[in-house]
Write a protein that binds this ligand. Structure first.
Ligand code: ZN
Length: 307
C-alpha cells in the first residue's frame, strides 16, 4: 500500500476501474487532469466507484483543496488514455472552480503540495513539464486539463521543486582541484571563479566533480602514458578517486554526462595553460579532443559545464 500522507480521505475505486500492479513498470511521472466539474475530492471519488466506469485516477484535489486517494500508487489507474503512460504515472484529477476550466488558488496550492510529495517519495528529481510532470492532452486528443492548468505547468513544477529543494535552474556546477609537484593538493575551484594551478608548478594530479549529471576524465603524463578513466572525485582514493600517477601531466580529456532532466545537452569545456577551450572529446575544427600538448607539463587547468 502506498499513498500520500496528504490524503484526507480514501475513496477506493471499483476494482473493475483500474489494474492491479504496474505491469513491471516503475513510476516516472505525475500526470495532471481536470475533473471538468466542480467537485470535492470525495465527490470525484464516487464517480470511480461506479461499476463499469472503466476510468479512475490515483488522486483527486477538490475545489475546497481536499485531497482524496482512489487508487493505490502501486496499482495502475486508467486516466491517461494511454496504457504505457498509465503504467508509469501517478495521476491527479483537479477540480474546476466555475465551469470554465479555471482552477482556484486553494485547489492549485493543494495540487502543488501533492505533486511535491509524490515527486519526493518517488524520487522523480527535479520536475520538468513535459518530462516527468505531464498532462492528459499530451497523450490523447482531449481538452483535459484545460488551458488554465496547462498554462500553470511550469509554475506547478517550480513551486513543487522549491518545496523539495530541487534546483530550479539548469546550471551545472563543476568543482575541481589539482595537485602540483611543489605544493601538493590545492584548494578546490568552482567553475571559472579561479583557475587551478600555482606558481607554474607542474600538475601531477587532477580531481573533478559535478553537482548534477556525471563526469569522466583521464590524463596522459609527459612520458606519454595514458591513465584510466576516472568518474569519482576523492583525493584520498589513490586507485580511482583522481587522475594522475605522480608524474607531470601533459594532456587532459573530460566528458560530461547530461542527466535526463536537463536539456539541451551540456558539455565539459576545459583548458590548460591558457590554450583554447576543448569541448568534451569532440574532435572538430578548433577542438583536439584533449587539452594540452604532448610531453609538455600543464601548470594551470580550468573548466566549466555549458551548452
Ligand atoms: Zn484527463
Amino acid at each position: 500500500m502506498s499513498k500520500s500522507s496528504l490524503t484526507q480521505i480514501i475513496v477506493p475505486a471499483d476494482e473493475g476501474n483500474y489494474t492491479k500492479g504496474r505491469s513491471g513498470r516503475s513510476i516516472e511521472a505525475i500526470t495532471i487532469h481536470h475533473m471538468a466539474g466542480r467537485l470535492t475530492a470525495k465527490q470525484c471519488g464516487r464517480i470511480f466507484q461506479a461499476k463499469g466506469r472503466y476510468g479512475s485516477s490515483h488522486y483527486g484535489v477538490g475545489y475546497d483543496g481536499s485531497i482524496a486517494n482512489y487508487v493505490d500508487e502501486e496499482d495502475t489507474a486508467w486516466t491517461n488514455s494511454n496504457w504505457d503512460s498509465n503504467c508509469k504515472s501517478v495521476t491527479i484529477e483537479t477540480s474546476d472552480d466555475n465551469s470554465s476550466w479555471y482552477v482556484n488558488d486553494t485547489t492549485l496550492n493543494a495540487l502543488i503540495k501533492l505533486v511535491a510529495d509524490i515527486a519526493k517519495r518517488r524520487n522523480l528529481g527535479k520536475l520538468v513539464p513535459g518530462k516527468n510532470l505531464t498532462w492528459h492532452s499530451m497523450f490523447t486528443n482531449t481538452a483535459c486539463p484545460g488551458d488554465y492548468l496547462r498554462s500553470k505547468m511550469q509554475y506547478i513544477a517550480d513551486e513543487a521543486n522549491k518545496i523539495n529543494n530541487e534546483s530550479t535552474s539548469n546550471e551545472v556546477n563543476v568543482y575541481y582541484r589539482v595537485k602540483t609537484q611543489k605544493h601538493g593538493w590545492l584548494k578546490e575551484v568552482k567553475n571559472l571563479e579561479d583557475y587551478a594551478g600555482w606558481e607554474n608548478s607542474p600538475i601531477i594530479g587532477l580531481a573533478i566533480r559535478v553537482d548534477k549529471g556525471g563526469i569522466k576524465y583521464r590524463v596522459t603524463t609527459i612520458s606519454g602514458k595514458t591513465l584510466g578513466w576516472i568518474t569519482d572525485c576523492d583525493i584520498d582514493n589513490y586507485m580511482s578517486g583522481w587522475a594522475g600517477n605522480g608524474d607531470p601531466i601533459s594532456l587532459v580529456e573530460c566528458y560530461y554526462y547530461t542527466p535526463d532532466n536537463i536539456r539541451p545537452y551540456q558539455y565539459a569545456y576545459y583548458r590548460v595553460n591558457g590554450y583554447p577551450y576543448q569541448k568534451d572529446l569532440i574532435k572538430a575544427k578548433g577542438f583536439d579532443g584533449y587539452a594540452g600538448v604532448p610531453k609538455k607539463p600543464i601548470t594551470t587547468f580550468s573548466m566549466y559545464i555549458g551548452k
